[in-house]
Design a protein around this ligand. Structure first.
Ligand code: MLT
Length: 302
């Protein structure tokens, strides 16, 4: 949630916070600007007064961007403001998929009342043995702020990093992250990498890009990470790939009925940007963008 001091500078101009509690467009009557995090705005009727919407986050798939463009409503996002928060959760996801930290913790919680838990633990720990990520190949699909940060961090942990992004040149990718050794085609990422992480926006062209055809090209036992958007992955094809061993683990930040509870899936409830730092960075960036637009007419993503 945004701090009041962030809102103050433009409060006179009228600014609405749109979140799950603010379902009705009446809540936004008279507002010039709307700040939104993850609430879906597609079904709401936007009051005439709204001139600008700022998404406190990178993805804008919860905002009807096309309708906004037709009505002349400016839409901002906050690129990079939460990238470090997401990067850290991706790293945690890679480690959780490689070491059975969750299984070990659950075992201790279950057996905590056993007097000889230490002896029991020595006997049981074999079942929680894992593997190391150092030396493994990581494929990063999408080399924006998050992808580049993941590349640098994974490289520092000793991984061999491959990157793919159709929208940036090899030089640009190299400048973003000096640790990407090769920029390869998607097929090469699929066929060579032990870990694959997706960092692309949800667009018509990227929807279900990880489908059966893509999964079939991947190495047996690949670990797939999706902290971008759930609809990038065809979840039926994914479940099949998990059940036949093609995918060893799917780590995702998007909980739903299909993925929750499957033993090959580690799922968190969209926590990537849920850190004090990321929330503050996004809020401040969004408010600055909105203020600069309302006060100076500037349309500039920070
Ligand atoms: C993003 O698009 O950056 C995230 O969805 C932000 C969030 O978790 O709210």
């Amino acid at each position: 949630m945004f701090q009041y001091h962030c809102l103050n500078p433009i409060a006179e101009k009228g600014l609405g916070l749109f979140d799950e509690e603010y379902k009705k467009s009446e809540d936004l009557q008279e507002c010039d600007a709307v700040l939104v995090r993850s609430a879906k705005m597609h079904d709401m009727e936007l009051p005439e007064s709204v001139k600008v919407i700022a998404r406190a986050g990178a993805g804008v798939n919860n905002i009807p961007v096309k309708d906004c463009a037709e009505k002349g409503v400016v839409v901002f996002n906050t690129p990079g403001a939460n990238a470090n928060g997401v990067k850290e959760l991706v790293l945690a996801g890679m480690l959780l998929a490689s070491r059975d930290i969750v299984g070990g913790i659950e075992w201790v919680a279950k057996e905590k009342d056993q007097e000889d838990i230490d002896k029991l633990a020595e006997k049981q720990k074999k079942q929680f043995a894992g593997c190391e990520i150092m030396g493994k190949k990581l494929g990063i699909i999408g080399l924006g702020a998050i992808g580049a940060m993941v590349a640098n961090a994974a490289s520092a942990l000793g991984m061999e990093v491959y990157g793919y992004d159709p929208y940036i040149s090899i030089d640009a990718a190299w400048n973003l992250s000096r640790t990407i050794k090769h920029i390869k085609s998607l097929d090469e990422i699929y066929s060579q990498c032990d870990y694959i992480t997706i960092h692309v926006p949800l667009l018509d062209s990227t929807k279900e890009m990880i489908n059966k055809e893509a999964l079939d090209k991947m190495k047996d036992g690949v670990v797939l990470l999706n902290f971008a958007r759930d609809l990038l992955v065809d979840e039926d094809a994914l479940i099949e790939a998990l059940d036949n061993g093609k995918v060893k683990k799917y780590v995702t930040d998007f909980a739903n009925h299909t993925v929750a509870g499957h033993k090959g899936i580690l799922v968190t409830p969209h926590l990537g940007a849920s850190t004090e730092e990321s929330e503050e960075n996004c809020a401040v960036m969004a408010v600055k963008e909105v203020r600069d637009f309302l006060e100076n007419g500037n349309i500039k993503n920070s």
